[in-house]
Design a protein around this ligand. Structure first.
Ligand SMILES: [Zn+2]
Ligand SMILES: [Zn+2]
Length: 320
């Protein structure tokens, strides 16, 4: 069972995205690339190199529903005459926009994001949203943790690895401990958690960093020899990357705690002092990052949290 990486261009800051072809019955693609003419052309070329066409795809599997990964799913499904689309039930990006939900509006307000910034984030998000066609619920089947994707000559184990998004999944070939990990594991950068409602209780916030640390440990428990990420080259030394991630997360954690003034700060204010030069969509990612760390520090008893005018204010634990 050969896993063939295909790199596709994206219009996003992160650069090209990797999708993975398994050219064995049922012919499967893991992730699709964004909905652009450049990405679909590059995908057609990649398939052609393997002696295939889009019409041959039988199964479209999504590691998660960000536009660079799921954008073409609808178009591929239609062209491949109802190929099956599989995605975890906690993902929402392929259904409707993240920022279109009232839940998200509430989460951003609670994080102290000013209304004009929320307006700007919404507008930018509508721009990003054009790179994905929505799928209907009855187009999709659920990816279930622990189940297998079967192929003629082998199988991939589905492993739910939440963190980057609530429904992110990885796929493990146990025979040689190869893992396709989407944006859970990236070679050059630590994956950014995106602020999302908790899929179980949408009035709460998804605890992305705590979940992510569990997912990383879970990937590690397979002792992977090769990890294919959603962007960049494959990773052969997962242990080194695992330790580096933990170090970076710890460093950022203490930096964020140090940044909080005596009077306290909202997640938005923390994100502005952490990344003062960010603009555009990066302000959304910056506040997502701040929220993830503040939630985690709070759950570890390192910060106090108080609500003020419907906004969260974090304070350092007062000594004495
Ligand atoms: Zn992503
Ligand atoms: Zn990505």
């Amino acid at each position: 069972m050969k896993i063939v990486p295909i790199s596709l261009p994206t219009p996003f800051y992160i650069g090209p995205v990797n999708v993975y072809l398994i050219a064995e019955d049922p012919i499967t693609i893991i992730d699709t690339g964004p909905k652009t003419s450049e990405a679909i052309a590059a995908l057609r070329t990649g398939l052609k190199d393997a002696g295939l066409r889009v019409a041959d795809l039988r199964r479209i599997v999504l590691t998660h529903a960000h536009e660079d990964h799921c954008g073409l799913a609808r178009a591929l499904r239609d062209e491949a005459k109802d190929a099956e689309v599989l995605v975890h039930s906690w993902e929402t990006g392929h259904r409707a926009g993240r920022l279109e939900h009232e839940d998200n509006l509430r989460l951003l307000q609670r994080a102290g994001v000013p209304d004009d910034e929320i307006g700007a984030m919404r507008k930018l998000y509508e721009g990003v949203r054009q790179y994905a066609d929505s799928l209907e619920d009855d187009h999709c089947r659920e990816l279930n943790d622990g189940a297998e994707l079967e192929f003629e000559g082998g199988a991939l184990r589905i492993v739910h690895t939440p963190g980057h998004t609530p429904g992110s999944c990885s796929f493990v070939r146990e025979a040689d401990r190869t893992i396709i990990a989407g944006d859970c594991v990236l070679k050059r950068i630590t994956p950014n958690p995106v602020i999302s409602p908790d899929p179980i209780d949408r009035s709460r916030r998804f605890r992305s960093l705590a979940e992510y640390l569990v997912s990383l440990a879970r990937v590690r428990s397979f002792a992977p020899t090769l990890v294919f990420g959603g962007h960049g080259e494959p990773i052969r030394d997962f242990e080194e990357l695992f330790n580096r991630y933990l170090r970076l997360i710890r460093e950022r954690q203490s930096r964020i705690i140090d940044l909080i003034p005596k009077s306290g700060a909202t997640p938005w204010e923390v994100s502005r002092s952490l990344f003062p030069d960010t603009d555009d969509v990066h302000r959304f990612l910056a506040v997502s990052e701040a929220v993830a760390h503040l939630d985690y520090a709070h759950s570890e008893g390192k910060l106090e949290l108080e609500m003020s005018d419907g906004r969260e204010v974090y304070r350092q634990i007062s000594s004495g």
